[in-house]
Design a protein around this ligand. Structure first.
Ligand SMILES: Cc1cc2nc3c(=O)[nH]c(=O)nc-3n(C[C@H](O)[C@H](O)[C@H](O)COP(=O)(O)OP(=O)(O)OC[C@H]3O[C@@H](n4cnc5c(N)ncnc54)[C@H](O)[C@@H]3O)c2cc1C
Length: 281
């Protein structure tokens, strides 16, 4: 499986990076926390061209851009965890970053890498689905936007073309009345890949909860939105009813970390608790 790296390239700008990967089968390296594990274990080989994107100017950062929040692809999980802007506007990302690995990994791991690795258990994906995030992709042909909910096609697979670089993630600044929560279950509180994860979000107005979002990780080939759970929350069902609907709309597999039965139990339990914490207190 081992293949030789023939060329190593460290672009300084997005333009240099997309020129370097155009028409080639390149391996992109951001924080390397997934890539190095996968190449060392033989799960995937390096391609002849290795492109280190970690020094591209302007590819990091967390900021507002008009009525949206922009996360640069190289924003690290530590950066997200300690961002005052995110804590104020989208605390559900802070919450997810808090239960993500430990400091050593968080300091290197990027949000762009978490998305492009496309693990069904990627912890930053569930909160970004709640926030209606879009991803920005760049190539020599220009830039395009894709809703995050349409980005994933299977485990490790996305709609990103081989010649595209994920440059940023954008989401609308949540309105007044917005509330959200994220829960992950692993065998340890952090330093562990999620056995399941759940997120819910909505905005409260005089009539009740609107624009409800529910999302689940590690219970399908990709992280998913739970549209029937969303409808049940919007209708004002009880926490128990909503949790049973959540359980019925996920289809997990059994693997080394948990059985399908256990994952369904966790989805029901965590959804019920989250409903209580986010919508009833
Ligand atoms: C000990 C340990 C604990 C971990 N704990 C967690 C956890 O709790 N939760 C969790 O979700 N993950 C966890 N991970 C997995 C990993 O840290 C994350 O998925 C991380 O966010 C990946 O980011 P990275 O920058 O390291 O990506 P890399 O490893 O550099 O890249 C990952 C993939 O994305 C591609 N890529 C990266 N950036 C871009 C870009 N901008 N454009 C296009 N393609 C790109 C790469 O080519 C590669 O295929 C853990 C890993 C380890 C080793």
């Amino acid at each position: 499986m081992e293949r030789k790296i023939e060329r190593y390239c460290v672009p300084g700008t997005v333009e240099e990076a997309v020129e370097a990967i155009a028409g080639k089968d390149a391996t992109l390296f951001a924080g390397g926390t997934d890539l190095m594990v996968q190449t060392r274990s033989g799960k995937r080989p390096f391609t002849p061209l290795l492109v280190n994107i970690s020094r591209i100017a302007g590819l990091g950062g967390i900021s507002t851009d008009g009525d949206r929040v922009r996360l640069g692809a190289l924003a690290t999980i530590s950066g997200i965890r300690t961002s005052a802007l995110l804590k104020e506007k989208a605390g559900v990302l802070t919450e997810a970053a808090d239960s993500f690995a430990g400091d050593q990994v968080r300091n290197k791991a990027t949000v762009g890498g978490n998305i492009c690795n496309a693990s069904p258990a990627g912890d930053m994906i569930v909160p970004l689905l709640l926030l209606d995030a879009e991803v920005e992709l760049a190539s020599t042909a220009g830039r395009r936007m894709l809703p995050l909910c349409n980005f994933f096609t299977g485990p490790g697979k996305t709609r990103r073309e081989r010649n595209e670089l994920l440059t940023a993630i954008y989401f609308p600044i949540p309105p007044v009345g917005f509330a959200a929560g994220f829960r992950k279950f692993g065998t340890r509180p952090a330093m562990d890949i999620s056995i399941v994860s759940v997120g819910v979000a909505a905005t409260r107005d005089d009539a009740g909860w609107k624009n409800v979002r529910a999302a689940f990780g590690a219970v399908a080939p990709t992280p998913i939105r739970g549209t029937r759970t969303e409808a049940a929350i919007e209708k004002g069902g009880t926490a128990g009813e909503i949790a049973r609907i959540a359980e019925s709309e996920v289809s997990p597999i059994s693997d080394v970390r948990a059985s399908a039965w256990y994952r369904k139990e966790l989805i029901r339990t965590l959804t019920e608790r989250l409903h209580h914490d986010v919508f009833e207190t």
